[in-house]
Design a protein around this ligand. Structure first.
Ligand code: TYM
Length: 335
């Protein structure tokens, strides 16, 4: 199939930490890897979005490269997908501004991620970039005329806004943007914190002990899983209401081992939580052991990483510049 005949996929991930966590992988990146077959896929390390959090320049650089190495180690193939760094394609900023001019103040104020993050830092300290973050995200997606956007559940509202903005623009200025659909897997849309199974696993708000980082050592990750908070009773059964901790671990086991939740429940009939947690720890550790090793190896050859990312940026630029040219033309911007 030619790239044109294939559906287009785009997604992004922020380089805000030294390691992605299990939620990033199961909620999003695992689907990225699956979708690169049979789709024309664009995957973006959204470094500009990460600037909404104050960062140290040395860390920022290191984390951006570490993100690329992890994505490659997790299975993103530069032959199948276009992998690039957002800031290397300036059209993201250009279309981001157009999206800001299309978004209502009230509409932006209703974004739950903005409300959560700004209330945490206090509105006086929250930066304006946090407020306009969803409009830059809309630009990321619309620039590539994406059909599908594989993300976790927490991004659903941002994709809805993107759809609204695309429709609004098309209605006012003529057909310009593909209306994208969120691609959210039911099973792994929200992986929860191991210490607090009612809140999502998160780089920013999760407890250190509750977040499985894929670049962390096998020993540390095994320990975290074995100390995960479980629920009353001793039966290993999927029940998100009564047993959120066990259900979260069952989801993780199933997604990584490929076994169905029912089969895992059956395996642990008559056994206790301790046995189950040891088994989950083994599954997680063995799954990520070669991936971590591969990512560390890739990081040793920075020139190779940069060359992959520059090739990706060139390909992304070719598509993004066409969209911006069409957008400007439809807006009546003088050339
Ligand atoms: P970020 O970097 O916070 O997260 C990357 C992806 O991981 C998913 N995710 C989770 N999924 C399940 N359970 C969890 N606990 C969990 N935590 C994170 C997120 O849903 C996301 O898919 N705004 C985006 C970045 C972005 C983007 C884009 C995404 C910028 N532009 C364009 C798609 C398309 C974000 O915060 O990602």
């Amino acid at each position: 199939m030619t790239a044109k005949a294939m559906k287009r996929v785009l997604s992004g991930i922020q380089p805000t930490s030294d390691s992605f966590h299990l939620g990033n992988y199961l909620g999003a990146v695992k689907q990225w890897v699956d979708l690169q077959d049979g789709h024309d896929a664009f995957y973006c390390i959204v470094d500009l979005h990460a600037l909404t959090i104050e960062t140290d320049p040395a860390h920022f650089r290191k984390r951006t490269l570490a993100s690329a190495a992890q994505l490659l180690a997790l299975g993103i193939s530069p032959e199948k997908s276009t992998l690039f760094i957002q800031s290397q394609v300036p059209q993201h900023n250009q279309l981001g501004w157009i999206m800001e001019c299309l978004t209502g103040f009230g509409e932006a104020s209703r974004m739950t991620q903005f409300k959560d993050k700004s209330s945490k830092s206090g509105s006086d300290r929250a930066v304006v970039g946090l407020f306009t973050y969803p409009m830059l995200q809309a630009a990321d997606i619309l620039l590539y005329q994406a059909d599908y956007v594989p993300v976790g559940e927490d991004q659903r509202q941002h994709i809805e806004l993107t759809r609204d903005l695309a429709q609004r623009f098309n209605t006012k200025y003529g057909q310009t943007f593909q209306i994208p659909d969120a691609y959210i897997l039911k099973t792994a849309a929200k992986i929860n914190d191991l210490q607090d199974a009612t809140s999502k696993m998160s780089k920013s708000s999760g407890s250190v002990a509750g977040v499985i980082e894929i670049m962390d050592t096998p020993e540390s990750n095994a320990k975290k899983i074995k100390s995960a908070t479980t629920d009353a009773g001793r039966e290993v059964r999927f029940d998100e209401k009564e047993k959120p901790g066990i259900s979260n671990l069952l989801t993780i086991h199933s997604a990584l081992s490929g076994q169905s939740i029912q089969a895992i429940e059956k395996d642990f009939e008559g056994k206790g939580y301790g046995d189950f947690k040891s088994a989950v720890a083994d599954v997680v550790v063995e799954y990520f052991r070669p991936i971590r090793a591969r990512a560390l190896e890739l990081l040793e050859d920075e020139a190779n990483l940069l060359s992959i990312l520059h090739d990706g940026a060139d390909k992304a630029h070719a598509v993004a510049s066409q969209t911006v040219a069409q957008t400007y033309a439809n807006l009546g911007v003088v050339k």
